[in-house]
Design a protein around this ligand. Sequence first.
Ligand code: B12
Length: 217
Amino acid sequence: MEREKMILEKLKEAIVNLDINGVKEACREAIDAGIPAYKCVSEGMAKGLDIVGEKYEKGEYFLADLVVAGEAMKEGMKVLEPYLRAGEAEALGRVVIGTVRGDMHDIGKNIVATMLSGAGFKVIDLGVDVPPERFVEAVRKHRPHIVGMSALLTTTMMEMEKVIRALEDAGLRSRVKVIIGGAPVSMDYAEKIGADAYARDAVEGVSICKSWISEER
Ligand code: B12
């Protein structure tokens, strides 16, 4: 237990110090020590990114530092991904996921996508900066059970409501469940815009999506 805490702390610190090699090493060490990959994400790297975000707000870090922190997390994810995907099975259901228009943040969305496919979902990832009409088009084409949206900026979170309205206008809203996530959004916001759920993190998101599929069966 002590060792687990120590390694996760090391991983968090490596992100804060923008040490890409340190992040990769700590991820490998964590996997060798049997620490679940999702814990490395939620209790190691994501905590480090929170601190990086705070430092950026205080003016201690600059945009270039955010970029390096994002890269460090992506490199760490490359080490962890095979372990997040373990247990891949036949498709439980289909999920269309994307980061909304105007927003380039995709680290959290990618984690959710990876963990959903690890849990057995077929994931159609639309990428970043996705306008409402592309969500609508993807729902028409792929007939997903679930639509997932991510936003990390207070200026882009309102795009989520536009996507929901666009799905309504296209007569597709009742065919899908909508789940939203990302730092500025909340349960209250989900209710306000008419989404079916909000998830704080990928683990919660996957569990909500699974519960929807088992309700259907
Ligand atoms: C890395 C980063 C960047 C990188 C992004 C790289 C990338 N490929 O994603 C870069 C450098 C590109 C970037 C740019 C900008 N950023 Co930035 N960035 C961050 C930072 C440090 C980390 C974000 C992150 O990846 N977190 C880790 C992941 C794992 O967490 P997460 O995204 O929250 O995801 C989890 C949950 O929220 C949830 N989740 C997320 N999405 C979804 C979706 C579904 C369906 C579900 C179920 C769950 C779910 O599950 C995830 C995993 O558990 C944050 C600070 C922070 N702590 O959030 C600032 C932050 C988000 N950025 C910020 C800003 C201001 C910007 C810029 C405007 C800066 C600028 N002046 O240009 C630009 C905007 C560019 C754009 N148009 O999008 C602000 C936003 C302020 C606000 N309230 O709006 C923050 C909060 C920093 C700060 N404190 O000021 N950024």
